[in-house]
Write a protein that binds this ligand. Structure first.
Ligand code: NI
Length: 187
């Protein structure tokens, strides 16, 4: 049995160029990908997040992890909902949209309602680099779209109305200046 030691990685905060760069696809020869996935889950749990994308730990590769188990109490099908997504491609979005309050470990202290499609279809590779093609709806679709945006260099505040964004201007600029409080390690 191969047990990997976990390392809690510092989380990159808004203002860093790594959150704005486009991320590249990887294949199974990517060095120490199992270790990276293990560390990303550990880092996400430590920060009490439900999703974490590789750019948030400083790597511009198309990989993100989610664990929605925390919502299992009010949505039993999310019990044990722990997934790895590699090289994802969302290729279908529902016309129906919904508003949902989002936060991001890279934007500590902020929460905003974001409008997004309720249902998506996505192709991706799982942690064994096996291809999958699935429909996601509700909270999984919400979190997946948020993490997917990170791979495109987008953060959720980009999706707010210009008015809402201008109201957040000073908070966002404080993040870029390092003026924020987070209960987890950042950089
Ligand atoms: Ni995020």
């Amino acid at each position: 049995m191969n047990i990997l030691a976990m390392t809690i990685l510092p989380i990159v905060v808004y203002g860093s160029p790594v959150l704005r760069a486009e991320s590249v696809e990887i294949d199974s020869t990517y060095p120490a990908v199992d270790q990276l996935i293990t560390d990303m889950f550990a880092t996400m749990y430590e920060a009490e997040g439900v999703g974490l994308a590789a750019p948030q730990v400083g790597k511009n590769i198309r990989l993100f992890v989610v664990d929605l188990s925390a919502w299992g109490e009010d949505e039993p099908e999310l019990e044990g909902y722990k997934r790895v997504f590699i090289n994802p491609e969302i290729y279908e979005y529902s016309d129906e949209t919904g508003l949902y309050s989002e936060g991001c470990l890279s934007l500590p202290g902020l929460n905003e309602d974001v409008s997004r499609p309720v249902t998506i279809r996505m192709r991706y590779l799982d942690e064994n680099f096996e291809p999958r093609d699935c429909e996601f709806t509700g909270r999984p679709a919400r979190v997946i779209q948020h993490e997917y945006d990170h791979l495109e260099g987008i953060v959720y505040t980009d999706r707010l109305s210009p008015l809402r964004r201008s109201l957040l201007k000073s908070k966002l600029s404080n993040l870029t200046k390092g003026k924020y409080k987070a209960s987890y390690r950042t950089k």
